[in-house]
Design a protein around this ligand. Structure first.
Ligand code: GDP
Ligand code: MG
Length: 161
């Protein structure tokens, strides 16, 4: 149907979500993945890594003159992060709502930050804030070969008679 094809045609938007070092330390990786899966988004990239200073400097380039920038880079380099690429209709905007306000005190309950964080300096998760930024961040954190195009299967992964 026209509805179905418009949904499929719009389903290619992608965003970068990353569980920050505090989220990994606090064992929140599974919870965060679960929220995106149950919302209906498709996981197309996933890796754990220790972010390099140069990746972080590039990622937070726009914030380089902020007073909190050195501590932000130290925080983000303090341990491994889990970087993910999620795909789906309006995934950039939806992810921002799911992650919640940057300032944890303003983040609504039900959001990742509103459920797990009390301060802006340790806010558990990152999500790209626009489609253009998402494209830039995905290419910064992932090689194209690390992104997987996969289609929904029929029932054959549940049983074969
Ligand atoms: P985000 O897109 O919601 O992550 O927020 P920003 O792009 O504005 O800032 C990037 C990250 O920098 C935030 O997620 C925080 O980890 C950190 N940050 C932003 N503002 C502050 C601040 O005022 N103090 C501290 N300590 N960290 C901040
Ligand atoms: Mg941001």
């Amino acid at each position: 149907s026209a509805f179905y094809s418009s949904v499929v045609a719009g389903a290619q938007e992608r965003t970068l979500v990353a569980v920050k070092p505090d989220g990994v330390q606090r064992r929140l990786v599974g919870d965060i993945i679960k929220r995106f899966e149950q919302r209906g988004f498709k996981l197309v990239g996933l890796k754990m890594l220790q972010a390099s200073e140069s990746t972080l400097a590039d990622h937070y380039h726009d914030l380089r003159r902020k007073p909190f920038y050195p501590s932000l880079i130290r925080y983000m380099a303090s341990g491994p992060v889990v970087a993910m690429v999620w795909e789906g209709h309006n995934v950039v905007r939806s992810s921002r709502f799911m992650v919640g306000d940057t300032d944890s005190a303003q983040a609504k309950p039900g959001t990742v930050r509103g459920d797990f964080s009390v301060h802006i300096s340790r806010n558990v998760v990152h999500a790209s804030d626009s489609v253009e930024v998402a494209e830039r961040e995905i290419s910064l954190w992932f090689h194209s070969a690390e992104l997987v195009n996969w289609e929904n299967s029929d029932q054959s992964d549940l049983y074969q008679v």
